[in-house]
Design a protein around this ligand. Sequence first.
Ligand SMILES: [Zn+2]
Length: 362
Amino acid sequence: MPIVPLHGHAALRRRLLEAASRDVLPASLLLQGPRGVGKQRLGLWLGQALLCEGPMGERPDGEPCGRCRHCRYAVELTHPDLHWYFPRPRLKDSDPSPADIQADLAGARTDRLERHGLYGPSSGLEGLFVAAVRSLVQQAAVSPALARRKVFVLGDADRLVAQEGSDQAANALLKLLEEPPADTVLILTSSEPGALLPTIRSRVVAVRVAPLPPADVAALLERPEVQEVLKADGQRDPVAALAERVGGAPGALFGGAAGSAAAASAQRILDAVTRGGRPERLKAAFVQGAAGARGAYSDTLDALTVALRDLARDTAASDPRRALGAARAVDAVERAKARAAGNVSPQLLTAQLVRELAGELG
Ligand SMILES: [Zn+2]
């Protein structure tokens, strides 16, 4: 049961493969772009292409052949040299070993595989903690098990948590990014590159991943296994409506608990703006600020964008003025996202955002 094939990004794929074939692909890459455009999937695909040993005749432009054992293991998330790290809840053991981390990640990858690789956003409680960094650094030092090299995909790298007393692990990661072993490629992804630790950002070559064009989004959403996951997530709208709602970032449609928690706080903010008076608005800002974690806050902003696009669509015919206000409110949320990348408290940001939203929708 493989994960859903990568859709879109044709020009970028060509660029990456071309760099790989000329042996000039940076060994430490950062794929940055909006949440839900498929950055981690693209990273896994690039990893597959780098590990593939299919006959060159079957690989136009260096695309993975899809048939050799490396390709098969890669799309089943079982390739021992394609390591996929992403934010996880902190393990109960206060000092988990690399083996504990790898077992936890293997379980989480199986969960993602069961959903054909279509997963929701990381929740605010999930992070890339120091034990995960230790595990990654350790795996990077070992020779590949099966292929000629090893590839690490590190999703949501902005969730790397700097912890007191973990300087050694942090420094080992920086050294790894700066000078990876000759057989190692590191692919970081982030939808909030501004929130990346500056010491990390300066050591990776950033590549922009753009939103998908509508045809690619529709082709992805129409696949039977994608339809199955959408149904399980309670998405019942027709493909065209879903595609319009997410713009070029279909990943935003897939959500577990994190997605719904973010959707609930987005709804609370919208309710306060549209139904409440000033006290309710202040309270919404306060509650959002108290919720704390920066990751959870950006989830909320993403959910607000989705909710406002829904509102714009639902009122387009009946109340064009309101639809226009909702569309302008989406811009206000985008500005808040840009500000959130800086070091401003969610409470202040939400207070300002709520004022702006009230101006458009109130
Ligand atoms: Zn292959």
